[in-house]
Design a protein around this ligand. Sequence first.
Ligand SMILES: Nc1ncnc2c1ncn2[C@@H]1O[C@H](COP(=O)(O)OP(=O)(O)OP(=O)(O)O)[C@@H](O)[C@H]1O
Length: 270
Amino acid sequence: MTSVDASIKPLLTVESLCVHLGSPRIEAVRGIDFSIQPGEIVGLAGESGSGKSVTALALTRLLPEKAAPAYRGKVSFAGSPDNLLSLGERALRQVRGSGIGYIFQEPSASFNPVFNIRSHMEEVLRLQKVPSRQSSQRIEQAFGEVGIPADSTHLEAWPGDFSGGMLQRTAIACALLAEPGILIADEPTTALDASTQKRIVDLLKRLNRERNMAILFISHDLGLLKDIASRILVMKEGRIVEGGPVGKVLTSPKDPYTRQLLDSLPKLRR
Ligand SMILES: Nc1ncnc2c1ncn2[C@@H]1O[C@H](COP(=O)(O)OP(=O)(O)OP(=O)(O)O)[C@@H](O)[C@H]1O
């Protein structure tokens, strides 16, 4: 886990973020504030429905249009004065492409089943305006980072040909192609078996260390967050009810809700 110098300016700052969505309308996120430093791994915990995924998607306005999301507050990235919540679509696409990457619980959510793996990776590079003569080398490098051979068997495969763990590693490789400053990982291991889960967590920790890539790691599993994050935030009903260094929050939680979440963890995982 990379240690973080508090004097360094935050990479991502979220101020008074509120999100209304759906029908009937609900306020899924109710005025939250947090920041993430370059190279920091922050865990976002909270039970199902507490607003973790809505928060993650709201950062770059990725919530589905059909939910008619309305955003309030400010999200700033990489020292820019722009508010991502009101930035034009084109500029925002640039941030989504290169600044802020995502991986999701269901790795298949990162892929279109009718395109093969190579097409997905080339599309990421095209959006990054990487000259096509550099494509093969960049794809090889990204695959290398996640331990998948960049041969035709893997590159010409369809997303449906891969196991969950393999597809999640491929999703991470796709995200890496854009060299994000921060990776938003929304329950990235929940759909995987225990040994694959460990492999993905180890991979993310290594990428954090080697690339100084910050990670917002979302999970309802405090035991897992203890292993990966240096700091955690706990959400309940759209609010952050507690936050701080992971060791401190987990050994002496202040909020009754965090205590309750901890009590629901098997003793061995604490
Ligand atoms: N696309 C959507 N349309 C309407 N309501 C939504 C949508 N996505 C989430 N919600 C609602 O927003 C609230 C917060 O949901 P969210 O998915 O952020 O919770 P979560 O903490 O990520 O839960 P989980 O751990 O189950 O993923 C819930 O009441 C949920 O039903």
